[in-house]
Every structure is written in C-alpha cells, then in structure tokens.
Design a protein. Structure first.
Lengths: 175, 399
C-alpha cells in the first residue's frame, strides 16, 4: 500500500492522505488528474471494482467533493479518491466507459446535486424525481422542513415532540 | 391447414430481422411500426420486488429494452441524516431495508465508532454477530422458497414464512421488535440474551434443518422449477467487476466474494465456514448458492451460540449522545448482507450531525444496470424469476 501511495503521490499529485484502517486510504487529487488516475488504477493496479461514487456538499466553501471508492479484490484494499469542484454548474468527466454502473451513479448525482457529467448515458433522465422543478434536493440549501411545510398539510390533532428535547428527558433527565 | 390457435402458439418472432440496428449500434425501436409494445411491470405487481417498476418494450413475448424506474418509496433518508444527530439517525436508517434492517444499524454504529475511536466490548460483538446472522436467516427463509413463487409455486413461500416467524419470535425476545430492532447502537448493543434463549433458538434451528430438506424436495428437485431456472438469466463472469456485482450473484458466477471472509469484521475470523460457490451463473445457480447460504447460516448461528460468553459488558461508555461531536474524517464500512456487500460511506465535519452518509447496497447495481441489460431478449414469463434471483430491494436504491 505504501509503494502504491508513493506512485499516486508522485504521478497524480495526491494530497490530504487519510489512512482510516488497514487497507483503506482516502486522498485528494486535482480534478484534471482524476480520470487519468482512475484509468491507471483500473488498468495497472488491479482496482477493477467501483464500489461507489457520490458527492458531499461543502456549501461553506462553495465546493462539491466528489468521492470515488475503488476496490482491489485481490489485495482487499480500498482507495477513496476525493476531488473538489465548484458548486456553480461546474461539471465532471464521466467514467461510464470504465464501469457499467457508473452511469447510474452519475445520473443520480445530476439529479440530486445538479452536477453535470457530459456524455454519460441517460444522465438527463429523471432517476427518482419525475417532474421535479425545485433545486436539486441534496444540496445543502434545500430545506426539507420548509418544503414539507409548504407542500403538505399538517394533520389536525397530532401531538408532536421536539426529538432532541424528548430524548434529553428520557436519557439524561438530571442534566 | 393449421388451426389459427395453434398458429399463434407456433409463432416464433424472428429476432434476426428486428429490431434493426441503427448507425449508432443501438436497436431501432419505433413503437408505431407495430412490431413493439410498451408494457409497465410494476410498481404494483406480484412479480416485482417492492415498489419499483420496469418499463419494458416487448416484441412478441420477448423483451427488447428494459428501463428500471424507482422513486415510489423515496423518503430522502440520506438528506434526513444531515439534519439529525448520529443517535437520531438509527430509527431512520433501519427503514432503508425492511427485510434486513440490522445491517443498517450495524454499519451506522460501526462507522460512528470508527470515526470516534470507540472500542466495542467482546460480548457486544458476539451479540451483534448473533443479530446479523439471525437477520440473514430470516431473509433466506423467505427468499429461497420465495423464488419458486415467481413461477407459480406459492406453497414454498408461505411455508418459509412460518419458519421466518420462528426467528422473528427470537428477535422479539432479544430486542423487543420483530421487524425493526434498533438493537445495535454505537458502543455495543441494547441488551443481553434472555434466559433460555439459547435453547429456544437451538430448537428453532433443528426445525429449520428439517425445512431445508423439505424445500429440496419441493423446489430444487422439482422438474418445473429446474426447467424454468436452469439456463435462464445467465450473467457472464466479466460482468461481475464491470457492474460491481456482489454477494450470492457473484458467487453463483464462480467468484469467491464474501465480506465476512474477505474483510473480516466482528469475530467472523473465529467462525469456520467457506464460500458457497456455483459456476453456471443462472437463476438456478443463484438460488443454489442461497440454499447453501441457508445451511451455512444455521451452522454459523450454532457456532456463535457455542462461543458466546455467558455474561459481559454489552456497551462501551460513550459521551452524551445528544452532544456528541464526532471527529472530522471519513470512512467506508461494509458487511455481508443476504444480498451481498452492504456499505456505508460516512463523512463527519466534526459537528454533532453527519455531513454525509451514503448507502451502497447491492440492489443499486443489481436492479438498475444489471437488470436492464439482463432482461434484453428474456421471455416476459421469466422477468419475475430473473429479478427475484438478483434479490432487488428498491429502498436501498432510492435512499
């Protein structure tokens, strides 16, 4: 793993390396290096399994983190590749040519975060939300509570508890 | 002269003539040509697992194109997590897979513990294994005979439900709940086994031993079942990594893939069991693997009960869970569910709320990209059988 990381650092400018546990490392690479790195890992390093691909919204930094989690089933190792892109309509290179299920991840990220993957099959087709015309709902600025209050009627006669207050009474009554 | 009814049944659609292949290499499907019809299977259909739907384009009685539609059960779990403290995520996360909720509890607890650096006591880990294997057993008791129901043999499915209920009785004793347990929490579990639990579980396992022999006779030796499943829904070996196929579906294609052995967690390294492998990679092979998994699970449960400490600490000390700030970091935790690798990707920003929790369940690829490709050229009567053999569970797609 150490030698592999050295090669990735030297060839693909990997930084912020976080070794979580044996056989699992997360690191960040610049956006232009992502596709060459993933190609390299798949073709030459045995990381032939794409476990997942998802986004994390860092709204305070005006960035999306895109994480690719690759797995080498022979050495039983996972690499979490992070990259950051702008939140204002910046797209990402598609990896649908490399894995058959990558297009599904990308289609979901387009719908839920608004991240574009030009060229990815059916990327503009709705994944879950047919007829959705609001902002992509997994963006941090989308307020589920507000949406729910505006969209659905409260049921009359229903008693509600604030979950945090209720749990405090139950778990830590003397605090 | 051929009887017109006979003529209908003798109809063999000549798939070499249509659909024609376009310049882009894809089939040209024009609904107004009269050669194709569009059929929706689901979201409410006995041959569909849960609330999902297949948009099928049919030619004769064969599928030309299939598109999976999900979203009928979307409750926005991953969004809800971002507004809840870690402990408040537990009642929500279990809803992501109704048949086997314990894998969600376990992954969420383990991810939180990894990020917070919590060590779980030994007895609690054995109890977690017990809960996870009981969950696997009750799913397999429903799923293995349930496969026969997709081709009209409903007896096995109903019969299996009785044995599943026996395990749900044990869950009720252990956790207080039958379907959703919320038994596994950060630091350990909620309670020890009640008195006499081992004996009662042992009796249940004996009955299940007998049931496995019965379903062999009813289903696996059944000529109709074999005819309808052997050679159907074949998954080539090179699809496994290309589509991220896991669990029994990968093992039925000859791959040694089992998270319990490949990435040992809890005390699975102290348990003696092997990969259950088949090579034909069709519907029958997938269910043969699950049938072997059923026997293996019963055996693992017996080993767990033999090794389980009589008493011990069941929960590590944790900070006040309502003010618990989880250190900044990220992790991916996985376990082997009855359907395959089940993982949580968790990101903490150092606050009391998760920044992101992302579920990667086997159905995400099995029910969408794999199923869409596998159904092309399948007979419409085999759709349910193929789909159930992939063990699709829509809530884990549309978290």
């Amino acid at each position: 793993m150490e030698q592999l990381l050295d090669r990735i650092i030297a060839g693909f400018e990997a930084a912020d390396i976080e070794k979580r546990k044996d056989g699992q490392v997360f690191f960040t690479v610049p956006k232009p290096k992502v596709l060459p790195l993933i190609n390299h890992l798949k073709m030459f390093e045995g990381f032939r399994n794409l476990i997942l691909m998802t986004a994390v919204d860092w709204i305070e930094d005006n960035q999306f983190q895109i994480t690719y989690l690759l797995n080498n089933p022979d050495t039983k190792t996972d690499l979490g590749i992070r990259t950051f892109i702008g939140r204002d309509g910046e797209g990402m290179d598609s990896i649908h040519e490399l894995w058959g299920h990558a297009a599904t991840f990308q289609r979901e990220m387009k719908e839920m975060f608004g991240i574009g993957f030009p060229g990815s099959p059916r990327v503009d087709e709705p994944f879950l939300l047919e007829g959705w015309d609001d902002i992509p709902p997994m963006r941090r600025e989308f307020d589920t509570k507000k949406y729910s209050e505006e969209t659905y009627f409260p049921r009359p006669g229903r008693e509600t508890h604030d979950p945090a207050t209720y749990m405090k009474q139950k778990l830590y009554p003397n605090d | 002269m051929i009887d017109p009814v006979q003529k209908i049944f003798r109809f063999q659609p000549d798939r070499s003539l249509y659909p024609e292949t376009g310049a882009d290499g894809k089939p040209v499907i024009r609904l107004d040509s009269g050669k194709f019809i569009k059929v929706w299977q689901g979201p409410n259909h006995p041959g569909v697992t849960g609330n999902m739907s297949l948009e099928l384009t049919i030619s004769g009685d064969e599928v030309v194109e299939s598109k999976t539609h999900v979203g009928y059960l979307h409750r926005g779990f991953e969004k809800l997590f971002e507004r809840r403290r870690y402990i408040q995520c537990f009642p929500t996360c279990i809803r992501m897979c109704v048949p086997e909720p314990d894998t969600n509890e376990y992954n969420l607890a383990r991810g939180t513990e990894e990020l917070a650096g919590i060590e779980v006591p030994e007895t609690a880990n054995w109890l977690r294994m017990l809960a996870l294997e009981m969950a696997r057993l009750q799913v397999l008791l429903r799923m293995v005979p349930g496969q026969a129901a997709t081709m009209g043999l409903g007896l096995g499915a109903q019969w299996g439900m009785y044995f599943r209920e026996l395990i749900l009785d044990r869950f009720e004793e252990l956790t207080g709940g039958r379907i959703y347990h919320m038994y596994i929490l950060p630091g350990g579990v909620r309670g020890m086994m009640p008195d006499g639990f081992r004996e009662r579980l042992g009796e249940n396992l004996k009955k299940i031993d007998g049931f496995i022999k019965d379903i062999d006779k009813l289903i696996f030796h059944n000529a109709v079942f074999r005819k309808r499943t052997i050679g159907i829904g074949h998954i080539p070996a090179d699809w496994v990594d290309h589509y991220g196929i896991t669990g029994p579906v990968a093992r039925a294609a000859g791959f040694k893939r089992d998270v319990r052995k490949d990435y040992p967690y809890l005390y699975y390294h102290q348990i003696n069991f092997d990969y259950n492998i088949e090579h034909d990679s069709d519907v029958f092979a997938r269910f043969l693997v699950r049938r072997k998994d059923l026997e293996t699970t019963v055996d693992i449960l017996r080993q767990i009960m033999a090794k389980m400490p009589e008493k011990g600490i069941i929960r590590a000390e944790t900070p006040n869970v309502l003010h618990w700030r989880i250190p900044k970091g990220e992790t991916y935790v996985r376990c082997e569910s009855s359907r395959g690798e089940y993982g949580f990707y968790m990101v903490s920003d150092g606050s009391m709320y998760p920044r992101r929790i992302n579920l990667r369940g086997p159905s995400y690829t099995h029910a969408v990209s794999v199923l869409e490709r596998l159904l092309v050229n399948a007979n419409i009567s085999d759709i349910s059988s193929i789909m159930v053999s992939l063990a699709t569970c829509p809530p884990e797609i549309e978290r």
